[in-house]
Design a protein around this ligand. Sequence first.
Ligand SMILES: C[S@@+](CC[C@H](N)C(=O)[O-])C[C@H]1O[C@@H](n2cnc3c(N)ncnc32)[C@H](O)[C@@H]1O
Length: 256
Amino acid sequence: MTKAGRRSKKRRKHLNRNSKGKIRSKCSNEQQTDIIISPKVKKYWLQRYTLFSKYDQGIVMDEEGWFSVTPEDIAVRHAQRSVSGGGVVVDCFAGVGGNSIQFAALGYHVIAVEIDPRKVEMAKNNAKIYGVDSHIDFIVGDFLQLAPYLKGNVAFLSPPWGGPSYKMTDNFTLELLKPVDGYTLFQVAQTITPNIIMFLPRNVDVFQVEELSWLSSPPLNVEIEENYVRGFLKGITAYFGNTAYSGVTQETSSHV
Ligand SMILES: C[S@@+](CC[C@H](N)C(=O)[O-])C[C@H]1O[C@@H](n2cnc3c(N)ncnc32)[C@H](O)[C@@H]1O
């Protein structure tokens, strides 16, 4: 048997179904020995290394985290596309840390805002695994309330898309974003900086996204990019202000 065959057999041995049809996964990490993976999460679990390449070292996520974390290669791309030369990135909806970790890994200081205290604990754990926890200030709170007190070189917005059901609509309008519509969100982010990056569903109404640049006077530069992982379109990123047309050499669509 080949080495790869032996390895996949070993992985299969670590998976067994319990009576409720849930999958139980034994992890190589001692601290995280027995994780229950619900059928809803299974699809995302199978992609776990595209979410976090260091998954096996003890990465933790709750159910919403599995659905909503930015795949690692896209998070790297977001970090590369920020204003060069370091500075402060405000990660306005930090979740379990997918983006904050990659901004910090590229030398930015990150202010990571997240409303759910359990996710903040998970994000701290995950940042430690990547060795970047000392470059991130975690704040538990509502971004909409905190924004007037925050300053940064870049504001990164990865707001909730309303769960996996976002795929059910052909045209995802900015009104469907949570916790408030995309226009309000953008205006709040502008109090921090005009250099805004927004990670949005692949079916988002791009005309509405372009319109956001007109909320500023003079209108902001805007660039829209499609983000693929292994050939699948995972989302759309809109870059505003100095983050648009940064000169990072890659085609408009990032295939990672
Ligand atoms: C799409 S997820 C972010 C995923 C993140 N980029 C990552 O890679 O892990 C959106 C997050 O926003 C959080 N959230 C929702 N409303 C919020 C608010 N008003 N202020 C701060 N965070 C909020 C949710 O708890 C959720 O974790």
